[in-house]
Design a protein around this ligand. Structure first.
Ligand code: ADP
Ligand code: TRP
Length: 341
């Protein structure tokens, strides 16, 4: 036991002295990534991964998505689209790991062990479970134990830092609770992870001005073919101020999205046009559409390339999975030794 405790102590000490961290995050494959996912989660995580002192493990939570998506073809399409998005935006899979959660089956074994250390009321009181069970018709046990699988995702890889959106704060608290309970009973076995929640990251508005979300049907998918993308942009909700009248950019959904993507001078330019009048919402939408096409030209090409070359995509994922499995097996062995299995 003492020797095992030393492993965690040594790991924590080494990472502290070298000022390095293992960063881990997952994205559910419950749809194709939209502009909100991209600006709110994917791009900030890729930025973090560029710090050479960090080691980043990013995965596609396809087991979690089975709680809601039962069709294998839909799931595969979503998994591929999510992986293609990370790659299109330059996530370096040589330095870091990109993998499918389901391909490292050790996570299921650890989930069972952790289930047996998770108090029922902690899951019954989780906000996200309460919310989902109110909303969905299929309230399955997977939805209930969702946070335990998430805890396994994190502690199976000795992760230090978990960048997530605000909505995931409670899930990280649950992860910490479970890991601390286990450590308390069996001696240090798990690294206790910390959430990294960027309060600055704005909630990206959707086409109707509410939070952009797959579940509200108000998303912008920057990887759509031109025509379909234009249709999404044109569907942004605006008021009915006539074309010739001046308009307030600060209350307009089109401007809210434009300012997230445009340069400072482009934003100033558009603000002037709004305030001068003789500039319609249709014009603003066309400019937003063209900006998305030009800004993400390279990424749109790369995304399509990976979607059309699933073999290349799979190869990259399989490389990540092999490396992820090696870490997972070591940690799981540590747990099994403690439990006497
Ligand atoms: P959705 O609401 O579309 O189902 P998810 O819950 O799958 O999105 O979110 C995946 C990640 O993207 C999370 O880290 C979440 O915080 C982030 N995210 C989702 N929507 C937005 C948004 N509108 N603005 C900023 N970040 C977002
Ligand atoms: N629950 C997360 C979400 O919906 C996705 C997720 C699953 C995750 N496992 C994780 C995030 C582990 C961070 C770490 O966004």
């Amino acid at each position: 036991m003492e020797q095992e405790q030393n492993i965690i102590d040594r790991m924590v000490y080494l990472r502290k002295t070298l000022d390095m961290a293992r960063i881990l995050t997952g994205i559910q494959s419950s749809g194709r990534p939209h502009l909100g996912n991209l600006l709110g989660a994917i791009l900030p995580a890729i930025e973090l991964s560029k710090d050479e002192k960090n080691e980043s493990l990013f995965f596609i939570a396809d087991l979690h998505s089975l709680t809601t998506i039962k069709d294998p073809a839909v799931r595969t399409e979503n998994v591929n689209a999510t992986a293609a998005t990370w790659l299109a935006f330059g996530f370096d899979t040589e330095q870091n790991l990109l993998y499918r959660q389901s391909r490292v089956t050790e996570v299921c074994e650890l989930t069972w062990f952790l289930n047996c250390f998770t108090p029922y009321p902690m899951l019954a009181n989780a906000h996200s479970f309460k919310e989902k069970s109110d909303k969905l018709s299929d309230v399955n046990a997977g939805l209930f134990t969702y946070p335990v699988l998430m805890a396994s995702d994190i502690i199976l890889y000795d992760a230090d830092i978990v960048p997530v959106g605000k909505d995931q704060r409670q899930h990280i608290e649950i992860t910490r609770d479970i890991a601390l309970t286990f450590n308390h009973r069996y001696g240090d076995t798990f690294i206790i992870p910390e959430a990294k929640i960027d309060e600055q990251v704005m909630t990206i508005p959707g086409t109707d001005g509410q939070k952009m979300s797959k579940s509200y049907g108000n998303t912008i998918d920057i990887f759509l073919p031109d025509k379909a993308l234009r249709k999404q942009v044109m569907s942004i909700v605006t008021d009915s101020t006539p074309l010739e009248e001046p308009k307030n950019p600060d209350t307009c959904n089109v401007f809210a999205l434009y300012r997230l993507l445009a340069s400072k001078s482009q934003v100033q330019e558009m603000r002037k046009k709004y305030e001068q009048g003789n500039y319609g919402y249709g014009h603003a939408k066309q400019e937003l559409f063209e900006l998305i096409l030009s800004k993400y030209e390279k990424q749109r090409e790369l995304f399509n390339h990976y979607m059309e070359h699933a073999d290349e995509l799979n190869q990259k994922l399989e490389n990540g999975e092999e490396k992820a499995r090696a870490i997972a097996q070591q940690v799981l062995a540590r747990v099994k030794a403690k439990l006497g299995f």
